[in-house]
Design a protein around this ligand. Structure first.
Ligand SMILES: Nc1ncnc2c1ncn2[C@@H]1O[C@H](COP(=O)(O)OP(=O)(O)O)[C@@H](O)[C@H]1O
Ligand SMILES: [Mg+2]
Length: 232
């Protein structure tokens, strides 16, 4: 792997372990690399470490050991001031949404574009379009506290995809919607993937994994990442 040309992988984990505080290692000997433009489901039982692995991937946590290489940068050697620029290349759908309650749906989703200085006329065109697509046309001017769990989840997804990030990480992004909407959201992730985004979706929704079985899987078993073929 070391001899392959740079830039072929979006993210690479080598011998990564993670412990919280003085607790036991919840992830150990994690080795994988995601090719640019690939699409993966991240599966594993509740408590297996899916959210923890995603936190390592979006630089929300540093590993206790091993090496994480993101966009060809060894994270351990990356200066603190360089991290925000790396993070802006990643769209994250948090399991608990993390919306800004004082902003409307439209303003929440517009945030990544406005931070980047995208023209307001573009913002006003693209954000409503995407919100309509995820079924939130009528909630455009509502604030998150008035939305249902499933609606908040779709706002969080829209905010994560609006800027066409290089890497999209979604933690149980369909946990609060029915299967029909879940499929629609999966199609949205696929569209983004076709535009070049590398996608990782943590889910325990076996229906979805089966319906979209063409995508590869990262499976967490006994604290480490295995290819599903390795399970037997
Ligand atoms: N903030 C935390 N502090 C301490 N332990 C944690 C924390 N977050 C998760 N864990 C532990 O790490 C393990 C993996 O959890 P998690 O990554 O949330 O799994 P999953 O998302 O697959 O359900 C579990 O044993 C959990 O209790
Ligand atoms: Mg989780």
């Amino acid at each position: 792997m070391r001899h392959r040309p740079r830039g072929q992988h979006i993210i690479r984990f080598e011998g990564v372990g993670l412990r919280y505080g003085l607790g036991p290692e919840v992830l150990q000997d994690v080795d994988f690399a995601l090719p640019a433009g690939s699409f993966h489901f991240l599966t594993g039982a509740s408590g297996a470490g899916k959210s923890s692995l995603l936190r390592l991937m979006y630089l929300g946590l540093r590993p206790s050991r091993g090496r994480v290489t993101l966009f060809d940068k060894d994270i351990a050697l990356t200066r603190r001031y360089e991290l925000p620029a790396l993070r802006r290349r990643i769209g994250v759908v948090f399991q608990d949404f993390r919306l800004l309650d004082h902003l409307s749906t439209l303003d929440n989703v517009a945030l990544p574009l406005r931070v980047r200085g995208v023209k307001e006329s573009e913002v006003q065109k693209h954000v409503p379009e995407l919100l309509s697509w995820v079924g939130l046309a009528d909630q455009m001017h509502s604030k998150p506290p008035t939305l249902s769990g499933g609606q908040k989840q779709r706002v969080a997804i829209a905010r994560a995809v609006i800027g066409r990030p290089d890497l999209l990480l979604a933690d149980e992004p369909t946990g609060n919607v029915d299967d029909h909407i879940a499929m629609r959201l999966l199609h949205l992730f696929e569209e983004l993937n076709k535009l070049g985004t590398t996608v990782v979706i943590a889910t325990h929704n076996q229906f979805l994994v089966d319906r979209f079985s063409q995508h590869s899987r990262l499976h967490i078993e006994r604290g480490t990442v295995v290819e599903p073929e390795d399970e037997a």
